[in-house]
Ligand binder design. Sequence first.
Ligand SMILES: Cc1ncc(COP(=O)(O)O)c(C=O)c1O
Length: 408
Amino acid sequence: MPFDIARTRAAYPALTEGFAHFDGAGGTQTARPVIEAVSAAMTAATGNRSTAFVPGRRSLDVVAAARAAVGDLLGAEPGGVVLGPSATALTYTLARTLGAGWRPGDEVVVSRLDHDANVRPWVQAAEAAGATVRWAEFDPATGELPAGQYADLVTERTRLVAVTAGSNAIGTAPDVASIAKTAHAAGALVCVDGVHAVPHGPTDLASLGADFLVTSAYKWSGPHLAAMAADPARWASLRPAKLLPSSDAVPDRFEYGTPSFPLLAGVVAAVDHLATLDPTATGSRRDRVRAGLAAAQAHEEAVFERLLAGLAARPFVTVYGSPARRCPTVSFRVAGSTPAETAAALGAAGVCLSSGDYYAYEYFRTMGLRDSGGAVRASVYHYNTVEEVDRLLAELDRLAAAGERMAR
Ligand SMILES: Cc1ncc(COP(=O)(O)O)c(C=O)c1O
């Protein structure tokens, strides 16, 4: 069945404002059921977690429901889902916890393709422990992260390999399963940044080979909250720094402070929403989420192909990278216009995309693009249309024509 784009777009109230949103990589629009769930949770009587009274039990229930929802999204056990304010905060918690057990001579492997949220926490934890950091390099021409290099990078001293499942700068989807295999053969743990990849297709913790997998709900139609999934037994083997009176249970002991219960209701609603993207899907919520994201992926790929072809056909556009396996995200520059100028010109025409390094710090530094403004990024999400792509391309043409007139 073809993807019902009209039905899908109708679920996002913000789309009625008329902007063309190509910055899903920075955060998607919010689905109506999410807005309604957050509002309902804030309207109802609330209380901190307690079994003593009904509002307190609601808070207990919503935490459990959010763990179950994220578990269905990632193929993880609900008891292994740690909830938190952001992927960055969760990765720092894990890095500090694991790093406390590292010694001089231990090694960690990070990549220059990753968002800094899956780089700096590990680099800093390694520095604190006197451990060595080894870097996986991407191919500057293609933007691929060759999995073969990990055979040399990983040694018997490697404690952790951190790698992205999808580059938020140029879309590359590295062969994480192969990298994880190499890491595991040496006894190392693998932390996978799923923030960019998870919104764009079905995800499975076990098939990725991830020991830890992090995702942020605001990249998949939900609120600004995040989750990190692992085997509950893995969490049980770790002891984070924590307050004395806070719960020592797994996974609670990795969560700091009182969570936003209304936003957790939004996380549940977001996963439920993803499970409706293929209205013909049946079975468990996990089955329906996978089907929904597979349907969305096929639609995104078609829209993205048109975008890539349109950019390639314009000689005044320079596109960075051409990875074979990728998420629908691309970075580029327009001749005669800085990335910030390009983004501002498009923004003035209601086409929303961002410029800069989007915290893919090592990528843009290695490419020699960071100091001159990075690039412009367009990412496709399942509510985008080919008409919006054409609108974006037409604005690029207008910008290029204006630049030529100025040059004359
Ligand atoms: C690939 C990737 N990893 C990590 C992050 C950080 O996520 P958060 O804002 O939840 O800390 C982002 C945010 O853009 C991202 O794109």
